[in-house]
Design a protein around this ligand. Structure first.
Ligand code: NDP
Length: 328
């Protein structure tokens, strides 16, 4: 049935050491499966954690890396009705192994995407924009003029939050780590629709009070970092507001100030997109924003699958501000 070139790991460990480019024999095409040519697949932090063996779900080894990406259907089994040859598809769930050139998957594991959206949007739609959309929709009822505060604002999730919030008329206060090119990054996020971009240090400064003379205090805080950064986000929430934690890039637990619980009754929640099967309702809403020019993919660097070492190294560097996307 053919061969696939794939990024495979046989043990958990540091990605640069355990990931190898190999050749896999493809299984024969069952009547309910589809042969998919992968086109582009990002390297996300959860992919790295999965390879390291620290993520909440781990595949049986050996495994192909990658959980997200877009492919094109090139052959379908006789009983397949949900996808057809030529369709763009993304995995419905995590754990399918997207860092490979060809893959045979059950048709039930695939969701079709319209192919009139940019390739990089399609390749990065299923995880970060879905996470941003759910977090902005399911925890607090946000109205135009409301404020959301978030850290890791330049992450893939953060960039989607900025754009989806802006499309809803919701202000965003975006916290990023200081860096030499901060003003360039700030400009880039503002072009996307960020209301304010501030450094982590500014969160603790009195000028935050000035900001809240112009904007209502946030109803919602989105935390992708943890540690001190999360505690500082919490302090700025309005009474009864919610902080949703979706990532822990700093690998530090969160301290919740007693006063925030007693005097403000803030809610501390969590979110995991993997518990959601990707469905057309959610994806259609995002594709509508993409077509309207309101949701671009995150800043991306496309790297050939053969140069995976470079892509993995960059994906793990701080301050890189661009998503590494493997192209097959
Ligand atoms: P990206 O790879 O696009 O961006 C990584 C971000 O993390 C950058 O903003 C980077 O900032 C920041 N960062 C890295 N190290 C640290 C650190 N030590 N302290 C503070 N910030 C740091 O990430 P994604 O948007 O793809 O994912 C972001 C987080 O969200 C990850 O933890 C990921 O696992 C999680 N996530 C969770 C989901 C869920 O369902 N719960 C779904 C999607 C993502 P800098 O530029 O300063 O280096």
């Amino acid at each position: 049935a053919g061969e696939s070139t794939a990024l495979v790991y046989t043990t958990h460990g540091e990605p640069s050491q355990v990931i190898k480019l190999g050749t896999l024999q493809l299984p024969s095409l069952g009547d309910k499966s589809a042969l998919v040519k992968m086109l582009a697949a990002p390297i996300n932090p959860s992919d790295i954690n999965m390879i390291q063996g620290t993520y909440a779900i781990l595949p049986d080894l050996p495994a192909v890396g990658g959980n997200e990406g877009v492919g094109q259907v090139i052959e379908v089994g006789s009983k397949v009705k949900t996808v057809k040859v030529g369709d763009w598809v993304i995995p419905r769930d995590a754990g399918l192994g997207t860092w490979q050139t060809l893959v045979v998957l059950s048709a039930d594991d695939l969701v079709t995407l319209p192919s009139d959206i940019p390739l990089l949007s399609a390749a990065t739609l299923g995880v970060n924009p879905c996470t941003a959309l759910r977090m902005l929709s399911d925890f607090e009822e946000l109205k135009p003029g409301d404020t959301v505060i978030q850290n890791a604002a330049n992450s893939g999730v953060g960039q989607a939050v900025i754009q989806i919030a802006a499309a809803k008329g919701v202000h965003t206060i975006n916290v990023v780590r200081d860096r030499p090119d901060l003003s360039q990054l700030t400009d880039r996020l503002k072009v996307m629709g960020a209301t304010h971009v501030i450094k982590e240090e500014t969160l603790r400064r009195p000028e935050m009070k000035e900001l809240f003379k112009f904007y209502p205090r946030p109803k919602l805080a989105l935390n992708g970092v943890g540690g001190k950064s999360a505690t500082e986000l919490l302090r700025h929430l309005q009474s009864g507001g919610t902080m949703v934690t979706y990532g822990g890039m700093a690998k530090q637990p969160i301290t919740v100030p007693v006063s925030a619980l007693i005097f403000k009754d803030v809610k501390v929640r969590g979110f995991w997109v993997t518990q959601w099967k990707r469905n057309h309702g959610m994806l259609d809403e995002l594709c509508t924003l993409i077509r309207a020019g309101k949701l671009s993919p995150p800043a991306c660097t496309e790297v050939s699958i053969k140069d995976f070492h470079k892509a993995l190294d960059n994906a793990m560097k701080p301050y890189i501000s661009t998503k590494q996307v493997l192209v097959m």
